[in-house]
Design a protein around this ligand. Structure first.
Ligand code: CMX
Length: 435
């Protein structure tokens, strides 16, 4: 049976040829005009990056290596008795573009379990963090500290040939993903006083182990949720803040731990991954203000008051998407199957029927529809994981899959240092003075 690393080694020459052919045929063609507005406007729509794992269509949403979320749910191997895809399989798909066999997925589960332990000094580092330090800051600290044992950093110091970069980067990426559950579990138990961390079970899959480290694995439904959660949060093409940061920092040949630590700091922003925390905070605040089972009118007024207060409605809008996020839909379907008439789920549904209308009327947001973060917190909360400040850590565990897959390919294909050109307002005014 072929391992993931062996398959990557086989694919590298093929991929190098593909890139060479595309560049030879299209290398000097323009992708379209660059508008000055795009420089001021957060580079929306600017074609600027190569990202192989997934591509985002504004109307349709994400496709992982060409496959939609329902297609992935159908095609990827599952756990015994489970119906959601195993994220191990998704990682294989992101890296190779191919659907793995059940045996290949099982081998990844075992490999990650074997790599899961974190160095003692990282455990101590986490144990010394005050519980008031946000879980995302603790997460980023710990991931950055894993650089202590980076295969790539060591190989680079020893003068590795650039053609060989991908090998130690691959090992680092596997270590990174494997160690995240122990880091996340330790943060959760330290901050929320949930007792001692159990050991990794090498006979179980990645999501079971993560859920068990958090203390919830006795309920198979939340383990299934975690499999779905990691799968749909793993990758969202290359331009979002966390993915792009990981790629950018990796381009300096910073090892995957440094690159992903930086990505996590971007994910920790409220306009990006922290929105899943913000959504639940906002929903609970609303419940407190207008009561449970509030009327549509009361919800609508509350949404307006958020906008009038100069705040965003968390979980709604997107920089690329222009329709309901299929990641939202996948979670809604999971909730319809498992959550019954949970009051918060009902509120999420009610908000969904009201917010888009209000955002359209307000006339600013280009996309009034919900994104992935509008739903995830309610699902976790239902199963007892109610500490919303922790939610973005789970997003971070998932996002490692997409960033790691691209880091492997960037080093395999010799992606150069990223260095776009910047301009001052004065320079722009001068350039266009007489045009
Ligand atoms: N509530 C209120 N106003 C919103 C809004 C929302 N949900 N979404 C967009 N807007 C506003 C913007 O703030 C902007 O206002 P200004 O012109 O005053 O600056 C205007 O509408 C135009 O913005 P846009 O082009 O539609 O959106 P952007 O591409 O600039 O931003 C995003 C995208 C996601 C940051 C924005 O929609 C937002 O702030 N949403 C709420 C936070 C959120 O859910 N983030 C999570 C995104 C998914 C993820 O990365 O995890």
């Amino acid at each position: 049976q072929t391992t993931l690393k062996e398959r990557v080694a086989e694919l590298i020459p093929v991929e190098l040829e593909k890139v060479k052919a595309v560049r030879a045929e299209h290398g000097s063609k323009a992708f379209g005009p660059v508008l000055v507005d795009q420089l001021y406007g957060g580079m929306r729509g600017l074609p600027a990056l190569i990202w192989d794992g997934s591509v985002l269509d504004a109307e349709e949403g994400i496709r992982f290596r060409g496959k939609t979320i329902p297609e992935i749910q159908d095609a990827l191997p599952k756990a015994p008795g489970g119906s959601e895809p195993l994220p191990e399989g998704l990682f294989w798909l992101l890296v190779t573009g191919e659907i793995p066999t059940q045996e290949q997925v099982d081998a990844l589960s075992k490999d990650w379990a074997a790599r899961a332990a974190i160095p003692e000094f990282v455990e101590e580092l986490l144990d010394r963090c005050p519980p008031t330090l946000h879980p995302m800051s603790q997460f980023s600290l710990a991931v950055t500290a894993l650089n202590h044992d980076s295969n790539f950093a060591k190989a680079y110091q020893q003068g590795i040939n650039k053609k060989e970069y991908w090998g130690p980067v691959f090992e680092d990426c596997m270590d990174l993903i494997a160690k995240l559950p122990n880091i996340a579990g330790r943060i959760y138990r330290n901050v929320y006083g949930r007792g001692k961390l159990p050991a990794i079970d090498p006979t179980k899959d990645y999501s079971w182990n993560l859920t068990n480290l958090l203390g919830f694995a006795e309920n198979p439904a939340i383990v299934e949720l975690m499999r779905l959660y990691i799968t749909i949060h793993s990758d969202h093409e290359g331009g979002n803040v966390s993915a792009h940061t990981g790629k950018l920092v990796g381009s300096a040949l910073s090892d995957p731990f440094l690159a992903f630590g930086a990505a996590l700091n971007g994910l920790a922003g409220p306009l990006h991954g922290l929105a899943n925390q913000e959504v639940l905070t906002w929903l609970l605040k609303m419940q407190k203000a207008i009561g449970e089972n509030a009327s549509d009118e009361a919800v609508r007024e509350y949404v307006w008051s958020t906008l009038k207060g100069g705040q965003v409605v968390p979980g709604y809008g997107h920089a690329v998407l222009r329709k309901t996020d299929p990641r939202y839909t996948a979670q809604r379907e999971f909730a319809l199957k498992h959550l019954g008439d949970d009051p918060l789920f009902k509120l999420v549904g009610q908000v969904y029927s009201i917010v888009p209308d209000v955002l359209l009327q307000a006339g600013k947001a280009k996309n009034p529809w919900p994104n992935v973060d509008a739903h995830s917190g309610v699902l976790l909360n239902y199963y007892g994981l109610s500490e919303m400040q922790f939610y973005t850590v789970l997003f971070g565990v998932s996002r490692a899959f997409g960033v790691a897959a691209q880091l492997i390919w960037d080093r395999a294909l010799g992606a150069p240092l990223e260095r776009p050109k910047s301009y001052s307002t004065e320079a722009i005014a001068k350039i266009f003075k007489n045009k």
